[in-house]
Design a protein around this ligand. Sequence first.
Ligand SMILES: Cc1cc2nc3c(=O)[nH]c(=O)nc-3n(C[C@H](O)[C@H](O)[C@H](O)COP(=O)(O)OP(=O)(O)OC[C@H]3O[C@@H](n4cnc5c(N)ncnc54)[C@H](O)[C@@H]3O)c2cc1C
Length: 436
Amino acid sequence: MDSQKSFDFILIGSGPGGATLTRQLARAGKRVLLLERGHDWRSNPLYGTYPGAMLYTEKASFLATKEGLNIIRPFLLGGATSMYCACAAPPLPWWSSKHGIELDKYANDTVKELNVAPLPVDLRGVASTRIAEAAAEIGQLWQPQDKFMSPARATQFKCRSTCMLGCRCGAKWNAAEYVDEAISAGAEVWTRAFVDKILIENRQVCGVSGKHGRKHFTVYAGTVIAAAGGIGTPRILQRSGLSGAGQGMTMDTTVMVYGHAPYKGIGNEPPMTWSYTDDELGAMFSTLIDPWLNYPVIMLRKKPAYALTWHRWGHTLGVMIKLKDEISGFVPVNGRISKGLTANDKARLQRAEKITVQILRKAGCNPDTIFTTPVRGTHPSGTVRIGDMLTTDLATEIKNLYVCDASVFPEALARPTVLTIISLAKRLAEKLKVAK
Ligand SMILES: Cc1cc2nc3c(=O)[nH]c(=O)nc-3n(C[C@H](O)[C@H](O)[C@H](O)COP(=O)(O)OP(=O)(O)OC[C@H]3O[C@@H](n4cnc5c(N)ncnc54)[C@H](O)[C@@H]3O)c2cc1C
């Protein structure tokens, strides 16, 4: 199918990068097409359930790198914000000091627009707050975590660990809402539209081709912006002839440390209500536990014996460690991703685990029950990096081809990514509106 329609802009992917740009450009009166490979699951009864989460993640959430790192990769309108913990962190100072990329005004604007703030004291969870207090006893001053979440938005606020499968109560903001606003401003949006290639003529972009449902399509535009995420974008670029994409990646590689407490655990409390970042070590700590049914499956990956701790889930305290991992591995166009931990990553992760064990002991966990889960990743990023493949304006070597998603990160954030990605997208939208 050759679409006769042509657009000013084509956006690939509806995560925070693609959704924000689509809305901003449509509001500026541009003719915009957004192409998203997933469905809009929000009104589906399976959204936010265990079977739903298996249907809208790659390989039913069993995707793993060659080195055994498990990756959760959602495919649906709103991208990974449809399954996130709604944590927000401001862009790090190095965006400005190292790269001259000023993001603060866009981040501040977003914080106001989306009412980003910590949950009220009574919703931060008794056990989660106890972990934060225990951390303070060893000198780590955890802070209430800022959230893209407001109990007032919810039909009935029900945020607990299962809300990571998809928010059913409506408390969390999701990038699909920016897509709705873009449609109201005139943008065209195709879901189930998988982009195979970006079309390039004389080193200038002219459109994209792919499959919409079962039909092949080609659509044309003066400017194309790849926002298909840290794995999707490098693959599309490689298929389009930009072979340098996907060489090296960051993941904010994550483990959880669990311990059995003599009181109710954090499973029925909102995830990640408290956190602490140690930038010298390169690690973020926060309160988190796997949802009830995911827990034994993840433990089986460690050793079958650990699955037997499932009965303790209701009395388990969990601390998530997110590591600022080094750039390593690669995303091939087909086949398995390579990403593990470097020797330096492993050494720092061990130090972070020791600290966490101390916290859980202080919080009252039986020391014999404390253990660490296998490694996983929910922030694939740094695969089409600023400085290597992109200018600080997110432009590629191909005229009018840009990238705006987690793949542009020049290094790992070891923090929530979404506020930074929205800020990058608002900044790029402003530049593109001026330039056109
Ligand atoms: C369980 C979980 C919890 C998280 N919690 C937080 C949190 O609390 N706070 C935070 O800031 N971050 C969190 N994150 C991470 C954050 O959600 C992601 O880093 C962020 O959404 C990445 O944005 P993006 O625009 O790069 O891409 P994505 O959000 O990954 O969106 C990319 C989109 O592109 C689509 N796509 C891919 N390939 C193609 C193609 N070929 N054609 C068309 N469409 C394509 C995908 O379907 C997807 O919808 C979490 C992630 C997960 C999985």
